[in-house]
Ligand binder design. Structure first.
Ligand code: 5GP
Ligand code: ZN
Length: 123
């Protein structure tokens, strides 16, 4: 789609630090990270919001979610279950949707946010 920054990233018209790519999906580092690890996972096709996804997109949405644990491990986020049963590490997955959902870029994307808990929004 014209003038969509994430479409331009997907087509490599705009550079990004790509951390994963396949036929359907691209993952890259957020330009303004909110945490030590802040990745964005996008479909290569343009969908403006999660709410624009149709049943035919559900497998792709599942792939996006399923990619998060792989990316988290690759970037050292864990989580890791300790011998005492407690978990260390971890990450957030987040899809902002629409104005009230805090969406700024209208190309569907999932944030994967992790690393040491020094960042905003910790809870
Ligand atoms: P939203 O608020 O729409 O969920 O998040 C949009 C995210 O895209 C923000 O975290 C912002 O930093 C990131 N972003 C915006 N423009 C660019 C860009 O040109 N390159 C990269 N890598 N990230 C971007
Ligand atoms: Zn787009």
């Amino acid at each position: 789609m014209d003038n969509c920054i994430f479409c331009k990233i997907a087509s490599k018209q705009i550079p990004s630090t790509i951390v994963y790519e396949d036929d359907e999906l691209l993952a890259f580092k957020d330009i303004n990270p909110a945490a030590p690890v802040h990745l964005l996972v996008i479909p290569k096709i343009h969908l403006d919001t999660l709410s624009s996804a149709l049943p035919e997109h559900h497998v792709m949405l599942g792939k996006m979610l399923g990619l998060a644990p792989q990316l988290a491990v690759e970037h050292g986020c864990g989580p890791v279950r300790q011998a005492d049963g407690q978990y260390t590490g971890g990450y957030k997955t987040l899809i902002n949707t629409g104005a009230d959902g805090g969406q700024e870029v209208y190309h569907l994307h999932m944030h994967v946010i992790g690393g040491p808990k020094l960042w905003r929004g910790q809870s």
